[in-house]
Design a protein around this ligand. Structure first.
Ligand SMILES: Cc1cc2nc3c(=O)[nH]c(=O)nc-3n(C[C@H](O)[C@H](O)[C@H](O)COP(=O)(O)O)c2cc1C
Length: 188
């Protein structure tokens, strides 16, 4: 299964880097995670240097949309067992260590093991607007690589769930993503 998470890594000077990442979790395992960054990637460089990361489970979709639209400055707190940083708004997080890498010129596989799990707040159920924002954020990460008409058609569909179920956080995240598409269209 792939879980959409926020991965926080640190460079060798201790500077935190926040990035949405789909983490592969092999079925039957609670402790194994595969992080799959596309090259070039700051997450990849940092993980290779520090051998640690924090995987944050977060329902504030502004973090996902924000990272894709230049808003990477989210409040952080030091991790408990590794040298790393945790997202303050995470519902839970897992501190991991890199155990093995399967290299690839496009998308290496970084095999990680959990060293510490922490719950911060309860999961309050699924929300369609959050799904819409996540999907739109993925589309925005592919601007220039897939046709704009396809992106617009998918956005039109995702807007249905958004308009029926969004709260303030989802509406704000959506507005950042729509502005990114408009900017892209103006520059094209
Ligand atoms: C929900 C979601 C999942 C993503 N999953 C991945 C992923 O698995 N690998 C990846 O390289 N980029 C992924 N991205 C895009 C990256 O977050 C974004 O391009 C990132 O800035 C690039 O990686 P870097 O910050 O490590 O350089 C995802 C974006 C979203 C919104």
């Amino acid at each position: 299964m792939i879980q959409e998470t926020i991965v926080i890594t640190q460079n060798r000077f201790g500077l935190a880097h926040i990035a949405p990442m789909g983490i592969y979790t092999p079925s039957g395992s609670q402790d194994d995670f595969i992080i799959l960054p596309f090259r070039p990637s700051t997450t990849l460089n940092n993980l290779l240097a520090s051998k640690t990361a924090v995987i944050n489970y977060c329902d504030d979709v502004r973090v996902f949309a924000g990272c894709l639209t230049g808003r990477r400055d989210w409040p952080l707190t030091p991790a408990e067992k590794i040298n790393g940083q945790v997202l303050d708004c995470a519902l839970a997080h897992t501190e991991v260590e890199l155990v093995r890498i399967e290299d690839d010129e496009t998308r290496p596989k970084l095999f990680c093991k959990a060293v510490h799990n922490v719950n911060h707040a309860p999961f309050k159920g699924f929300n369609r607007a959050q799904y819409s924002v996540l999907e739109a954020a993925i589309l925005i990460s592919r601007l220039g690589r897939i046709p704009l008409e396809k992106i617009q058609a998918e956005i039109d569909y995702l807007r249905i769930g958004l308009e029926k179920t969004a709260g303030d956080r989802e509406l704000e995240a959506w507005s950042w993503l729509m502005a990114a598409i408009e900017n892209f269209e103006e520059d094209a």
